[in-house]
Design a protein around this ligand. Structure first.
Ligand SMILES: [Zn+2]
Ligand SMILES: [Zn+2]
Ligand SMILES: [Zn+2]
Length: 196
């Protein structure tokens, strides 16, 4: 059995020559680790196909070196940070009896304000007073913004609409740009639209 992995988010905004993995082993460790850990996310390098799993507790494990198991052998120890976060974030339902663990990973939920807010990522809708946000497709008023030396016409701040672009698996909704009406991540991935 595998577990569902979270997106391998990273702070580095350049291109990433890797593919995000959707599933990974339940427990893993490399031979030098004394505890069994759990994978939070994983990626496969596009060039050499090497798999890397990021652990909930911070370090990473190379897939080809990893020992994996479905069930931890009796007496062997499990990393409490990995186990608690994996259960608390909903990767797995089984927690300690009588306690509900909770952990909210960062960057997974859509931002409070649409990344198109207060930017020029809009399409004018005639009359010049209202624009369609290119990031979330909702309609909002246009206003003059910025200071005297960097004045621009932008779409007002708004919560993300239901048409919000799908996040990049590595960078989520950070630092988006628009070209020809399409939305791009800084890594140059074009971000798709929700299917419905
Ligand atoms: Zn761990
Ligand atoms: Zn928007
Ligand atoms: Zn990206």
């Amino acid at each position: 059995m595998t577990v569902t992995l979270l997106p391998p988010t990273t702070g580095y905004l350049g291109p990433i020559e890797a593919t995000a993995l959707l599933e990974g082993p339940r427990y893993l460790r490399n031979p030098t680790m004394s505890y069994w850990h759990r994978p939070r996310s994983g990626r496969r390098d596009n060039a050499d196909q090497v798999i890397t799993y990021d652990l909930w507790c911070g370090p990473y494990v190379r897939g080809h070196l990893a020992l994996t198991t479905e069930t931890v052998p009796p007496g062997e120890r499990v990393c409490a940070t990995c186990d608690g976060r994996a259960v608390g974030a909903g990767q797995e339902g089984n927690g300690p009896t009588g306690r509900t663990l909770a952990f909210q990973p960062r960057y997974l939920t859509p931002p409070r304000f649409c990344p198109g807010s207060r930017t020029q990522m809009f399409a004018e809708l005639g009359g010049g007073r209202v624009g369609q946000c290119l990031v979330c497709r909702d309609h909002h008023p246009l206003r003059a913004m910025g200071g005297p030396y960097n004045a621009f016409y932008g779409i007002t701040q708004h919560p993300p609409g239901p048409g919000l672009v799908q996040p990049c698996p590595f960078h989520r909704w950070k630092a988006l740009t628009a070209r020809d009406g399409r939305i791009y991540c800084p890594c140059d991935t074009e971000l798709g639209r929700p299917s419905s």
